[in-house]
Every structure is written in C-alpha cells, then in structure tokens.
Design a protein around this ligand. Structure first.
Ligand code: ADQ
Length: 457
C-alpha cells in the first residue's frame, strides 16, 4: 500500500491515547492514518531561526514519523501572521473589512510555500500519496509539481470558501486558484463552500466544471468534493468516561447552585461571534430579568493569534462587555457571566459540556465547528441539553436537531435561549437523537477514509 505524507502548517501528534490537546481530533485522525500507512507528517516546527537552512528534524512519536523545519522570523511574520492570518483568514470568513492586502505578506507566503516544497521534496517516493492541509499551504501542490513531483496530491480546506464577489477582492486571486488546480483532489467542509469554489472556476476562470465536481483546466483534471470533518468520537467519549470528566461536571454543577448552565467554548476569534453572543445574553437578561437568578452563562475562550491586532482588539472588547453586563446585573451572590480565558484538557471539556443545559455555538462564519459536535457527543441521552447553533456554521448542514439561529440578531438568539430553557424532555431527546447519529457515524475516521480513498484514485 502507498505511504501517506501529511503536510500542515504545524505538526501535532497526540502524545498518548486520550491525552490529545486542543487540536486533538485532527491529530488523532491523521495520526492513525499515518500509522496505518507508514506515513510521515511534515510541517513547521514552531521554532524561529536566523537563517533558513531547510534541514529536516526527523522524529518518531507514538509510531508516527514527523519531519519539521524551522522558519525565519520574517517568514513567520509575513506568511503566518501576515498572509495566512491577516489576509486569507478574514477574507475567507467574509470579513473583507479586516483583510489586509500587503505585498510583503504575499511574497512571504509564496516564499514559505516554496521552502516547504524544497524541504519536503527529498522525502517523497514515487508511490506516496500527499495530503496538504489548509489555507496556509494552498500553493504547495503547484510548487511540488514545479519540482517534478507527479504523485497524487490532495488538499483539504478547513475553513469556508468565500462567494466569488468577495473572493475577487484578493489581489492575484486567479493565480491562487490556478495553483489549486494542480491538485488531484480538493476537499471542502460543506457543499456550500464547494459550490462557491466551483462558481469561481466556472465564471471567473472559464474552467470546465462538471456536475460531479470535476474541474478541467489547462489540460489537467481536479476532483472537488465536500468532506465534512467529524469528531474523534471514540476517543472523545472514552475521555468523557473518566473521573476527570465527572469531576469537571460536578465542579460546574456545584458552583452553579441549581442555576441552569449555558455554555460557550471557542478559540478567541472574531469569526466565532462572541461579542454578538454576549449582546444576545444581555438582551435575554433584559427581557427575562428573573433569569439572572436561575441561569448562568459560562464562556470559555482561550486567546489565540495574539500577535495579530484584531485578536487583541476582540479580547479588549469582550472584557469590556463582560464588565458592563455583570456590573449592571450582579448581586453579592449572583454573577450572570463567567468569562474564562484559558484552555482545558478534553476530558474536562466533556464534563463542562455535559453540565450545560444549553450549548451556545454562534459563529458568524465557520468552516465546520467541532465544538457543536463535541457538545452533542457529551450529552446524557436520558436528559440531553439543547444546542443553539448558528446557521452560518458548516455544522448546521448536518446538525438539524439544533435550534438554528442568525447570530447577528440578538433578538433571535435571545428567543432561542428561552425556547431551549423551556424545551420539554421529549423534544430535547428527539432533537438530540437525530444529531447524535450523525456525530457518531460521520466521525473523523470516516472523513479521513473517504478523502484518502478518493486521493488513491
Ligand atoms: P477552529 O476554528 O479552531 O478550527 P473548531 O472546529 O470549533 O474551530 O475546533 C476547535 C477545537 O478546539 C475543538 O476541538 C475545541 O474543543 C477546542 N477548544 C476550543 N476551546 C477550547 C478550550 N477552552 N480548551 C480546550 N480546547 C478548546 C478550524 C475551522 C473549523 C473546523 C476545524 C476542523 O475554523 O471550522 O471545524 O478547523 O476542520
């Protein structure tokens, strides 16, 4: 069987069963694929050096071979903090107001993709399958082709693909998409993002697009499909069946003192709709003042990408909003919002989810959103909580048992909270059962298998 080479910006192999960190799901899925296929995981080490050398640091971790390279400070600034996180991330999440188009970012992005290609080239054997991940590495396939790599190469985009009318605001948009058509397989999270991509290929590029997602352009053929990512369901529920998870659940329940817990868990990112969610909570408490005494809203949001100004801004904004909402409504024994800026091990998260009667997942735009699926997986089948889910998360296409909301409308979200808190047990169970089947069956292992099967051709 052919080997698999996985490429992503960072390499993260889970240290041991059940000990996976924040990126647990993907690491588990790719780790097991790499073990089965004698594979290699290639990416940036996370370290910065003065002068790029391209030398590979090879390691064997938990049966998986990893190969990493170090990057220069300027690379990290322009490629990672710059083009990836200040240009592509906001644009692909429909935030052209935040997207920065700096020439240096684009140059740095191309340079680092070239450095990735150059450094990994010696690792590639003729029969290997190569699977590239995410927006940091869109042109990598084309860079590898330029170095004579004729292997099957696939690419999976973890974030949305924007509508054509937004995407064309990116300078050199056509160049970027042309590089994508050097891949054999392109994977998107949902049919919505896939359709936007195919629309661009058809209308802007003039490529030949078939109804089965085959794109023909410049004598090449690429298959584009939707592969919705799932949860590491078995690992996650196994972690939930532990003392750590039960203690975490108890910790929340005893501190809530009979008040119903509403929970949000998100990386601190403007795409996650946190200020809008806080506004909705504020509106809900205004509309139903008695709920200040019988509910508590807990938001867990570990800071991310703090080198980028817009991320520091959102952090300041949330601190101000929390202070204002709590200041206006707290009593000596009641604080409506608990806002926590840290990450937790997955077993503890499981316990928190299980303690929550309402899970609030209200991104303004999200490729998939695994928190929604984790919330479903962690519920007690006999007394499940209610998921309130943004219609703009990729997950909304699968989780039709959720209460779907428009996250921009605090009125809509406030009414959904009321509906969720008052929902009878029978309805909660019926909604949860539908979602649970999909979360359990369409897990990360089946996602990975269907992508790799297509890649195998
Ligand atoms: P993210 O934007 O990071 O991922 P998401 O899918 O929600 O978003 O995954 C976040 C992961 O981080 C979850 O597993 C969650 O448990 C974990 N996490 C969040 N807060 C945490 C905390 N306080 N402590 C510990 N862990 C925490 C990107 C895309 C998504 C897509 C995924 C996978 O933006 O749309 O679903 O990749 O493809």
């Amino acid at each position: 069987m052919s080997r698999l080479i996985v490429v992503s910006n960072r390499v993260s192999v889970p240290k041991a069963r059940g000990a996976a960190g924040a990126q647990g799901g993907l690491a588990v899925a790719l780790g097991s694929a790499l073990k089965e296929n004698r594979g290699i995981w290639f990416g940036w080490s996370g370290k910065e050096i003065d002068t790029f050398s391209g030398s590979l640091n090879m390691e064997r971790v938990e049966g998986v071979t990893t190969a990493t390279i170090d990057l220069e400070h300027q690379d990290v600034e322009e490629y990672y903090n710059g083009y990836a996180n200040r240009t592509l991330w906001p644009l692909f999440h429909y935030r052209i107001d935040l997207a920065e188009y700096e020439r240096e970012f684009g140059r740095g992005y191309e340079r680092v993709n070239e450095r990735f290609a150059e450094s990994m080239r010696p690792l590639v054997e003729p029969d290997d399958l190569i699977w590239v991940h995410d927006y940091h590495l869109i042109p990598l396939g084309e860079r590898l082709r330029a170095k004579g790599v004729q292997n099957r190469i696939g690419f999976f985009l973890h974030i949305p693909w924007p509508p054509t009318r937004l995407f064309v605001s990116l300078p050199y948009h056509e160049r970027l998409v042309r590089t994508m058509l050097e891949y054999d397989v392109l994977g998107f999270q949902t049919t919505e993002w896939l359709e936007s991509f195919l629309h661009y290929c058809d209308k802007e590029l003039g490529a030949e697009v078939s109804s089965d997602g085959t794109v023909r352009f410049g004598g090449r053929e690429t298959v584009a499909r939707a592969y919705p990512i799932g949860l590491d369901y078995e690992e996650f529920t196994a972690a939930g069946d532990s003392g750590v998870a039960r203690n975490a659940q108890q910790r929340i329940l005893s501190s809530a003192r009979r008040r119903k817990v509403m929970l949000g868990v998100d990386r601190l990112d403007y795409s996650k709709g946190l200020p809008e969610r806080f506004d909705a909570i504020s509106r809900f408490l205004d509309q139903y003042p008695e709920s200040t005494r019988d509910t508590v809203f807990i938001q867990i949001a570990p800071p991310s990408r703090e080198d980028v100004q817009s991320y520091r801004d959102i952090r300041d904004l949330l601190e101000a909003k929390t202070g204002k909402i709590n200041g206006a409504r707290s009593e000596v024994d009641v604080v409506p919002i608990r806002y926590v800026n840290k990450g937790y091990p997955r077993a503890e998260l499981f316990g928190f989810y299980r303690a929550a009667k309402v899970g609030l997942v209200t991104p303004l735009r999200d490729g998939m959103n695994l928190v929604a699926k984790e919330y479903v997986a962690a519920q007690d089948p006999e007394d499940p909580g209610v998921l309130i889910l943004s219609r703009f998360a990729g997950a909304a296409l699968q989780l039709d048992g959720a209460v779907l909301v428009n996250p921009y409308s605090s009125e809509d979200v406030s009414e959904a909270i009321r509906q969720a808190l008052d929902m009878p047990l029978e309805e909660r169970k019926a909604r949860w059962e539908k979602m649970h089947v999909s979360v359990k069956n369409e897990d990360v292992i089946s996602w990975r298998k269907s992508f790799v099967d297509t890649l195998r051709g």
